[in-house]
Ligand binder design. Structure first.
Ligand code: CA
Ligand code: CA
Length: 599
């Protein structure tokens, strides 16, 4: 070998070692959607499109997908597994129920390390002991816990590097979303909207966990900023005290930011959805109750609200507006799509929040007849709002109404995907309703703060779930794939003209992105309530998904929970790739045979 070439090779090797030692950088996170060798963030990029340009696996060959490995989360504590895996530097990082996280060799499935967070007695997760994933930064992997802490671990060893408290779990705070890292900040929300907590978005230094700013999402609360020494100062009130809330109700106003957020580098804004105002009984809090059931866009440099758009003013149905705001280009305009729990698919300008369109993505919808595009407000059906208990004879129970969607939503925590190829959104939707009524309630720390009772009902005999391809320009449903049980897992779409999603019945499946024709499915052994990912390693494309039935449906699903009570729990991660039979003639025969069997 010529000395010149050798020195070049040595230099290249050193550069690559140097890059590894530097760990995950802001630039790598900013490019995550385009880099196919890793998955560094929830949403496969901070915009949350869940689109990979990879096309080695495509609608023509996906029927050759076979498992490469599977790993069990083990333990007696299985429950719902809603986590999206991350992939970096030959490792998979995946969280599991009860605030656990695993590092796994991404090629072999061998466990590298496990961290089990020690949870205290008295935690108050509303909707199962789930976790939706971690975030990567530098040499750290960071995730939130059910007792409302953030834990940062060394990616290689699993050793705890820093640990910070988000808030008081005894007051109902918890954390289940994947943290968002963008612009050098680690951003998290809070869970606990059923306990009268106060929603907010916190920004921290990801390397130390130290606070940078905090922005409340209930109107009337003061924002905070912190200097390098950790000293707090006021950073302006969110909105104006009592502008949209009566009396002291804003002090336990909810608006939990429990599903985390997305970030668009083109606008410099982080988009966090907010949950129900507290309590559920809307008659106790006349007014719009900002910034509940909204998309809140925050300038990450200042921690100030740049704009907000309220999907359900004065919510009376627990229509948490936490659903992800996914930005994309439409006719040269930067916009964001959101499939709201209330059953409408919204498109807003990503810079200003101006409403562009709002169309139903569910077929049964009772609470509004539409959204007025001029005012941005719903046209309510007043008689379909659950009644005021104080109007009744005994003052204990208001009129019961049937409402659709149910509070579990036209869409819930399971993230949708957007394909820049087909220009369609792929929305995991559900058709269901509920009987709902209001009751009196007062705030008590750590107690459920609802003032409502409910029973979830089916509305169709043959299906509840439906994966729907939606054209954001028209709001039209281009195709749908119905599912017997409610869909509760997220979606992935790829440059291979594929859409991947899981079902509670246990299947991970793939459909032609243009037509919805299902081209492959695989039984994972328990219900899938988590979003799949894909990446490329050693020249081959892989697909991974977590399996493990649970989440809110079995706990709160009423008649639907009974209908699907045959589903078994689990806890494992599966990885797939195309079957490789080599190039020989006989292998080609085997290939054809398998393809024929798959039909
Ligand atoms: Ca990537
Ligand atoms: Ca809620």
């Amino acid at each position: 070998m010529r000395p010149q070439l050798l020195s070049l090779l040595v230099a290249a090797a050193c550069a690559s070692l140097g890059a590894q030692a530097a760990g995950v950088t802001d630039a790598m996170i900013a490019n995550d959607a385009a880099t196919t060798g890793d998955v560094l963030s929830a949403g496969l990029g901070t915009q949350g499109q869940r689109y990979s340009p990879l096309k080695s696996i495509n609608s023509g060959n996906a029927n050759r997908l076979v498992p490469v490995w599977s790993m069990s989360f083990g333990g007696e504590k299985q429950r719902g597994q809603e986590s999206q895996p991350l992939i970096h530097d030959g490792r998979m990082f995946v969280t599991a129920s009860y605030s656990r996280i695993f590092a796994i060799d991404s090629k072999t499935g061998a466990k590298l390390w496990k961290y089990e967070h020690r949870l205290p007695d008295g935690i108050l997760p509303c909707c199962d002991v789930v976790n939706r994933g971690a975030a990567l930064y530098d040499n750290l992997v960071i995730f939130g816990t059910l007792d409302a802490q953030l834990v940062a671990l060394d990616q290689k060893t699993g050793d705890v590097v820093w640990k910070e408290k988000i808030d008081d779990f005894a007051a109902g705070y918890s954390y289940t979303a994947a943290p968002l890292i963008a612009g050098g900040l680690l951003m998290t929300g809070v869970s606990g909207g059923e306990f009268g907590i106060v929603g907010r978005v916190d920004a921290r230094d990801p390397k130390t966990g130290k606070m940078v700013w905090s922005r409340p999402t209930v109107e009337g609360h003061m924002g905070s900023k912190y200097d390098a020494a950790g000293n707090r100062s006021d950073n302006g009130v969110s909105g104006k005290v009592n502008a949209t809330w009566p009396g002291d109700m804003w002090k336990a106003g909810g608006a939990a930011t429990w599903l985390g957020g997305t970030y668009d580098p083109k606008t410099g804004l982080a988009y966090f959805g907010t949950g129900n105002p507290g309590p559920w009984n809307s008659h106790l809090r006349k007014g719009d109750n900002l910034y509940s059931c909204s998309t809140v866009a925050i300038d990450i440099k200042t921690g100030q609200i740049a704009w907000s758009y309220q999907n359900t003013p004065n919510d009376g149905w627990d229509f948490d507006g936490v659903n992800e705001f996914v930005t994309f280009d439409m006719d040269g305009q930067r916009v964001g799509g959101k499939a709201d729990r209330n059953g409408f698919f919204y498109v807003n300008d990503a810079k200003t929040g101006k409403l562009i369109s709002a169309t139903p993505f569910v077929k049964k919808l009772t609470w509004a007849t539409g959204i007025d595009l001029k005012t941005g407000r719903p046209n309510y059906v007043p008689e379909n709002r659950p009644g005021d208990p104080t109007a009744g004879a005994d003052g204990k129970k208001g009129n019961t109404v049937f409402a659709a969607p149910s509070f579990l939503g036209g869409k819930n925590q399971m993230p949708m995907a957007y394909s820049p190829d087909t220009k369609l959104f792929y929305v995991p939707a559900n058709e269901w309703g509920m009987d709902i009524w209001n009751e009196p309630v007062t705030y008590k720390k750590g107690a459920a703060y609802l003032g409502a009772g409910f029973t979830i009902k089916t509305v169709n005999d043959d299906y509840i779930g439906a994966l729907r391809a939606i054209d954001p320009k028209t709001g039209k449903i281009v195709w749908e794939a119905k599912n017997n049980a409610p869909l509760w897992g997220g979606v992935l779409t790829t440059g291979g003209n594929l859409v991947f999603w899981g079902t509670p019945e246990g299947y991970l499946q793939a459909a032609d992105a243009k037509t919805g024709k299902i081209v492959w499915k695989f039984q994972t052994g328990s219900g899938v309530v988590a979003p799949p990912v894909t990446w490329q390693e050693g020249g081959e494309q892989y697909v991974a998904v977590v399996s493990g039935w649970g989440g809110a449906v079995p706990l709160w699903g009423g008649d639907v929970a009974k209908k699907v009570n045959y589903l078994e729990q689990g806890g494992s991660v599966w990885v797939f790739k195309l079957a490789n039979f080599g190039n020989s003639a006989s292998a080609g025969g085997a290939d054809k045979k398998l393809a024929a069997t798959a039909k």
